[in-house]
Design a protein around this ligand. Structure first.
Ligand code: IPD
Length: 261
């Protein structure tokens, strides 16, 4: 059996229901780093997703945020973030998601990012388009930086690392209409696919945060690259730039002028 988009939507939706059961409740919060949180609900959502996929696709590889890499065959691979936006969730801010992607031979072919608080399900299948709750979506047509609303995030080691995104942030801030920092990279990228935000960039991002989003944006007519304009963005160090093709070129030029920092 091979998975289809309905399968991904079904498991992401149920994982979202698990998250909503625990939303605004007291949490067991563990620190993976000083500002990198994980709650018991990340674990519950992930255990559910892993249980489903391992039962239905026994020999597939799975890359998850909390359990690492569960090695299976080298052809079929899943990327799972059971709760993207953990810090928001732990604080009660209703901006978080479940994001699931399926790749064949290192190419994402199915992707779903679900926002359980708003019932918004972003989905894409390679060659078949990107959708919000079944309705086609497209990246924005904004061409000028001064008209663009961008979104970004910051790496969890930003207090120690030179690559903290602050140079990028301040340079863009002076040139674009505005910048958002929502706290769920998967939703940031889904919003670019939907045309609500014009562009996204982030450094120090993880494959499970971005896998579904890369397909969403490509299928919505946008470009997705690393800071060098290469499409092999799953290679370390992870960095991602996404926008419509015209804006994407301008974002890249800007990021290269700050050396991506
Ligand atoms: C984080 C969020 C955030 C991004 C961080 C991620 P998590 O994921 O996506 O927006 O800026 O880089 O680590 O830890 O909440 O799953």
């Amino acid at each position: 059996m091979t998975p289809d988009l309905d399968y991904l939507v079904r498991i992401a939706t149920h994982a979202g229901e698990i998250l909503m059961e625990g939303y605004l409740q007291q949490h067991e919060i563990r620190h993976k780093g000083r500002i990198d949180l994980v709650t018991e609900m990340d674990g519950r959502s992930e255990q559910y997703l892993l249980g489903e996929i391992r039962r239905d696709f026994k020999d597939h590889t799975i890359v998850t945020e909390e359990s690492g890499i569960l090695r299976g065959n080298q052809v079929a691979c899943w990327f799972i973030d059971p709760l993207d936006g953990t810090a928001n969730y732990a604080h009660g801010v209703p901006i978080f998601s479940v994001t699931v992607a399926y790749a064949i031979q290192n190419r994402i072919v199915l992707g779903v990012t679900l926002d359980p608080t708003r019932g918004q399900c972003f989905s894409a299948e390679r060659g078949k388009g990107a959708f919000l709750n079944g309705v086609p979506v497209h990246v924005s047509a904004t061409r000028e930086l001064v008209d663009a609303m961008l979104v970004t995030g910051f790496p969890t080691d930003l207090k120690k690392s030179e690559k903290n995104n602050l140079d990028n942030f301040s340079s863009f801030l002076m040139q674009v209409q505005s910048i958002r920092r929502l706290g769920s990279a998967a939703l940031d990228i889904a919003y670019v696919a939907a045309g609500w935000l014009d562009g996204y960039w982030e450094i120090g991002i993880h494959p499970w945060d971005i896998a579904a989003g890369t397909l969403l944006v490509e299928e919505a007519g946008g470009l997705v690259t690393d800071l060098n304009g290469e499409t092999d963005y799953f290679k370390s160090p992870y960095a991602l730039v996404t926008a419509n093709p015209v804006l994407h070129a301008k974002l890249l030029t800007m990021l290269q002028s700050t050396n991506g920092r």
